[in-house]
Each structure stands twice: as structure tokens, then as C-alpha cells.
Write a protein that binds this ligand. Structure first.
Ligand SMILES: [Zn+2]
Length: 314
């Protein structure tokens, strides 16, 4: 039934926060996902009792900041202290019609809508945990093809993974499998001093993250994880990810005939002297230094990237 499709529920969940009825009208990806005008869906949600017009205090709260409300009170010589709700109540008492007129009509979930959304979100969370465990197990067994296939299947059935656009986040299964291979075959120089057990752990997390396993770092990487090196857990994972992408990128450059690349690094005070030495320089592919820079001493890890130098395409 269309009314209960995951996309419909995802759309409804956006009304947990107050919104104008036409908020999604100019967002092409919603239209693409819903297969009809978002406003039609919104109207149906109203008819079905899933969303309703917010109360006047909610509409005022949505439209004005505390400062703006204080200003309005001040103009009327009314007390300006207190919480936002108090200010709103005072304004409604003295000027209900005006406040009604200047506050936008916004909608939000009814109690029933909320109940439906909460159940949906809980089920989604459970599905994310199940697929996360499954992928973890498959990668542990080095079954990269099955791991990527399982995620693909999960994504097909759960559009909530695509909050921005189906197209923008389209993944390439082949590249994901290649990425996993790189992650388990090589070790970035910047992590060379990590002890084997810790390194394997970070490798696993980087693999789960790298192929977009839902909520995996949060589930698997403990906040106080000790890497034994200067970088913290999230930075070490990031370095693994950068490294794998660097290896794949070089391969892709070779295939498209690009022979030279430039190393680029953000130009702020956090960049270490070693990264400064290679940043902004051009290299032929065969003489390109490893990225992330193995000598990097930036506190949150190397942020160098490689860019194709199209001037040398031929
Ligand atoms: Zn650095």
C-alpha cells in the first residue's frame, strides 16, 4: 500500500519538526523519490490525520527569535523577561489577530502521526543494526563481494539511507569491493607504528565506514579507543579511508591517461611543516609521495589530497 511505503514514512517523519506544507516543493529529489508532487503527499497526510496546522504559539515560535519577540514587547511597553513561551503568551494576549496574521501556516505531526513515525524510526534503527552486524561478519571473513551485495540490497529496500538524493549518493559496488581489498592489503605509512591488534580494529572500522555501512563507527568504535599513536581513533580511521581512496584514485588516473597530479592541502595553521613541503607541488604519478603523508604530524591527521593535472593529459 502506497500510504505505508518507506518513502512515505520518511517524508512524514520530516513533519516531526514544524514545516510549511510546500517545504519540499522545490526539492527535486523528493519528487523523484515520491513519484508525485510532494505537496500532494502533504495534502494527503492532512486528510489522513497524520499532520495538522500547528497552534498559534508554535507558529509564532517557528517564525520569531527571542530577540525579535522581545522587540515586539518592548514597542508595546510590555515586560520582556522570561522564557520564549512566556513572551509568546504575552504577545498573544495583547495582539492575537496581528500575531495570527504575521505567523506562517505551518504543519506538524498529530499524536497519531508521531506514533507512526516513532514506530517507523525504531524499525529503521533495528534494520540498521542488523545490516551493520551482517556486513561486519562478512568483512571479518573477507567476503567483500557478499558484504557489498548485502549493503546494496539493504539500500534498495530502505530509501532512508538517501536523505539528500538517490543520485548523489549512488555507490559503485565494484569500487566498494576494490576499496575493501586495498584496505585489507595495504597499511598507510602514517599508521605504521600502530600495534597489530589495534591496527586490525581500525582497519575493520575504516572498511565499514568506507562502503557506507549505516551507523557503524558509532556502534563499533569506542569513544576512548586507544590507538597507541598520536592520532585518535576517528582520525586513524580517516587516514585509512584517505589512503584507500588515494590508491584507487591513482589507478583511475592511470586508466584515464592522466600522468601528473598536484598535491593540495588546506592552507591553515593546522597544517604541519612536513605537509607544507609537498603541498602545492606537481608530481608524475610514478613519483607521487604517499597520501596521507607518512611524515605528517598534523594533530588531526593529514588533510592532503591529490588533484588531476589536466594540462598533462597528452
Ligand atoms: Zn601534516
Amino acid at each position: 500500500m502506497k500510504g505505508q511505503s518507506p518513502v512515505y514514512l520518511l517524508f512524514l517523519s520530516k513533519f516531526m519538526e514544524p514545516k510549511p506544507l510546500e517545504w519540499a516543493e522545490d526539492k527535486d529529489y523528493w519528487r523523484e523519490m515520491l513519484h508525485e508532487k510532494p505537496k500532494h503527499v502533504s495534502n494527503r497526510l492532512v486528510k489522513e490525520g497524520m499532520i495538522e496546522i500547528s497552534s498559534l504559539p508554535e507558529r509564532i515560535a517557528f517564525r520569531f527569535t527571542i530577540k525579535e519577540l522581545q522587540k515586539k514587547l518592548q514597542l508595546r511597553n510590555i515586560k520582556t523577561s522570561g522564557a520564549k513561551n512566556d513572551l509568546i503568551q504575552r504577545l498573544i494576549e495583547v495582539a492575537p489577530d496581528e500575531m495570527d496574521k504575521i505567523s506562517p501556516t505551518i504543519y506538524q505531526c498529530t499524536a497519531e502521526g508521531r506514533r507512526v513515525v516513532e514506530q517507523y524510526l525504531a524499525e529503521e534503527q533495528e534494520k540498521r543494526e542488523v545490516i551493520g552486524e551482517k556486513v561486519f561478519e562478512l568483512i571479518s571473513k573477507r567476503d567483500f563481494v557478499k558484504a557489498v551485495e548485502a549493503l546494496e540490497e539493504y539500500r534498495k529496500q530502505n530509501p532512508s539511507l538517501y536523505p539528500i538524493s538517490n543520485l548523489a549518493l549512488k555507490r559503485e559496488p565494484k569500487r566498494d569491493i576494490a576499496l575493501l581489498k586495498v584496505l585489507f592489503e595495504g597499511t598507510p605509512g602514517i599508521l605504521r607504528e600502530m600495534e597489530a591488534d589495534r591496527l586490525l580494529f581500525i582497519r575493520m572500522i575504516a572498511a565499514l565506514d568506507g562502503i557506507g555501512t549505516p551507523s557503524c563507527s558509532r556502534t563499533h568504535l569506542p569513544k576512548d579507543f586507544e590507538t597507541g599513536i598520536k592520532l585518535d581513533g576517528p582520525a586513524a580511521c580517516r587516514m585509512f579511508g584517505f589512503y584507500a581512496n588515494y590508491v584507487l584514485q591513482i589507478e583511475e588516473y592511470k586508466q584515464s591517461g592522466i600522468k601528473r597530479v598536484e598535491i593540495s592541502c588546506s592552507n591553515d595553521e593546522r597544517v604541519c611543516t612536513e605537509c607544507r613541503k609537498i603541498a602545492g607541488k606537481k608530481y608524475v604519478l610514478s613519483a607521487l609521495p604517499e597520501i596521507p603523508n607518512p611524515k605528517c604530524t598534523c594533530t588531526d591527521g593529514c588533510r592532503c589530497v591529490i588533484l588531476a593535472d589536466f594540462g598533462f593529459l597528452k
